[in-house]
Write a protein that binds this ligand. Structure first.
Ligand SMILES: NC(=O)c1ccc[n+]([C@@H]2O[C@H](COP(=O)([O-])OP(=O)(O)OC[C@H]3O[C@@H](n4cnc5c(N)ncnc54)[C@H](O)[C@@H]3O)[C@@H](O)[C@H]2O)c1
Length: 331
């Protein structure tokens, strides 16, 4: 449901998946149904979700519409009896997200949330680097996610782009909790939505992450720096092949107490850089495999509603901080 920019990618992956058959397509705009539906003549095609459910009787419905409609459309699918794969962010408020999770539980159905980056080969490499201790203790994380557009009609840039960073960080850091946020931003469009934002996240244990989000950059940048005590890495999603570069560079600090004069000795290490081979297969295909496994009851890494809810909590805290000129907000 929703055949704008992202929906057709979902449709194509359901169609080519060995686990699913694409049984129906829906968009409220008939021209989009016609255009996106052309390659799938045997699938039910409609402008109304009620007709889609009745005619196509799907086991799972994927919702790729603007954020404000995620909750009503997901509810309609769950009440019909279908599992849901909802786009990020799953809801516009914590209360709505909680209601959706409660409905999925009541219906004994799965609510999945589409966080595709964690299924990319590059993010998996970064996760392994952290989990195996190759990065050592992380000092900080810095992320830049900026491009020109795509303006969303009903949310600001934080709600649109930060879910990617938050889901990547949750995956890489093994579910480490964000404890506080600060966010500032500015608006340069007539709708009044914040289109440039700077977000600081504090994690349990003192780790910090900084996110720079913008819809107004002349160039597309998708770069995350993970700075660690043993090594550091740069994940650049725009790079064609060397998406992860690992730097054996570091800095260590020693306190010298000789003659009771506390002196901090800083030593720098400049070693080699290497770029490991990264699986470049499309993330959505891997994601659908995990979702199918989860529905069949096998252990899976699929992102579920509680992960989506946690991200909505952080986004809501960012919104509070933005409204208070960057105040530090506890979660
Ligand atoms: N997971 C990702 O990597 C990723 C990437 C891009 C977008 N998204 C998400 O996908 C969603 C859609 O984004 P987009 O850029 O494709 O938007 P879009 O505006 O290009 O497309 C949205 C489509 O939904 C349709 N629509 C709206 N309300 C509807 C309704 N009630 N019933 C049926 N159709 C309806 C519109 O007609 C439109 O064709 C957003 O939530 C966005 O955050 C996710």
């Amino acid at each position: 449901v929703g055949l704008g920019y992202w929906g057709p990618n979902l449709a194509r992956n359901f169609q080519t998946s060995a686990d699913f058959d694409l049984v129906g397509l829906c968009d409220q705009d008939p021209r989009r149904v016609e255009r996106a539906g052309a390659p799938y003549p045997s699938a039910t095609q409609t402008t109304d979700i009620a007709e889609l459910l009745e005619k196509a009787t799907p086991d799972l419905v994927a919702i790729a519409t603007p954020v404000a409609s995620h909750v009503p459309l997901s509810k309609a699918a769950l009440e019909f009896g279908a599992h849901v794969l909802c786009e990020k962010p799953i809801a516009r408020s914590v209360r709505e997200a909680e209601e959706l999770l409660a409905l999925a539980r009541k219906q004994r159905l799965h609510l999945f949330v589409d966080h595709p980056f964690k299924y990319t080969g590059a993010v998996r490499v970064v996760q392994q680097l952290y989990a195996t201790g190759a990065l050592g203790n992380l000092f900080y994380i810095d992320s830049v996610r900026i491009n020109l557009g795509l303006f969303q009609p009903d949310v600001d840039v934080t709600w649109d782009l930060a879910p990617h960073d938050l889901s990547i960080l949750s995956y890489v850091l093994g579910g480490k909790n964000v404890t506080h946020v600060r966010a500032t931003g500015s608006t340069h469009n007539p709708h009044g939505f914040i289109d440039v934002a700077y977000v600081d996240l504090e994690y349990k244990g003192g780790l910090t992450a900084h996110l720079h989000l913008s819809w107004l950059s002349p160039v597309k940048v998708r770069r995350m720096i993970f700075s660690g005590s043993r090594s550091s890495c740069i994940y650049d999603d725009v790079e064609a092949s060397e998406k992860v570069r690992i730097y054996d560079h570091g800095v260590s600090f020693e306190v010298d107490d000789v003659e009771q004069r506390r002196q901090v000795l800083v030593s720098y290490r400049r070693g080699e850089m290497r770029a490991p081979a990264v699986d470049l297969r499309e993330a959505l295909a891997a994601e659908l495999t995990q979702i199918a496994a989860h529905i069949r009851g096998a252990p899976s890494g699929a992102s579920l509603g509680d992960e989506g809810l946690e991200i909505v909590r952080i986004l809501a805290a960012c919104e509070t901080s933005l409204a208070k000129d960057g105040a530090r907000v506890a979660l």
